[in-house]
Design a protein. Structure first.
Length: 159
């Protein structure tokens, strides 16, 4: 059997993280009166996995008395993920503008942990949700931000 050519998979773009733009929340306006544009670095899946791993802990599963659970003759473990902190860290890593890791911005908000910066800079639930959707969509792990059209409206327009 002939060996297949792997050139199609040898893409320089697979080795670099590109930057894309998306409109920010309509509550944060630039000098032109339009929503500030977000600049989002498209993180690699390995970077995202590494961030998620940082907020994942694995502990021995025990009953109320502290006795370990045994499954199949081995101690069972409980895995816990702090998704709030992991999401905040992913947002801080992905956002190029605004730079949530900027020392001046962190000082302004009195924050020392980048995983908390997104909720400080975008304190309103709708602002945070908009930015979160925009970043996750750019990373390929979420849907596009809502631009005022419902999914029904979009489906009707397609037909």
């Amino acid at each position: 059997m002939a060996k297949k050519n792997l050139k199609a998979f040898m893409r320089e773009s697979a080795k670099t993280e590109t930057t894309v733009t998306a409109p920010g929340p309509d509550t944060i306006l630039g000098e032109d009166g339009k929503p500030e544009m977000l600049e989002i670095k498209v993180l690699s899946s390995s970077t995202i996995q590494h961030i998620n791993d940082m907020y994942t802990s694995r502990t021995m599963a025990t009953d109320k008395k502290g006795v370990p659970y045994i499954q199949g003759g081995e101690v069972a473990f409980k895995t816990t993920v702090d998704t709030k902190k992991a999401t905040g860290h992913i947002l801080a890593e992905a956002l190029v503008y605004p730079d949530l890791k900027d020392p001046e911005l962190m000082k302004f908000f009195g924050c020392h942990d980048i995983s908390e910066m997104a909720s400080k800079v975008f304190p309103r639930t709708d602002e945070f949700a908009h930015v979160n959707r925009a970043v996750m969509a750019a990373l390929g792990i979420g849907r596009e931000p809502d631009n005022g059209q419902s999914e029904k409206d979009i489906n009707e327009a397609k037909n």
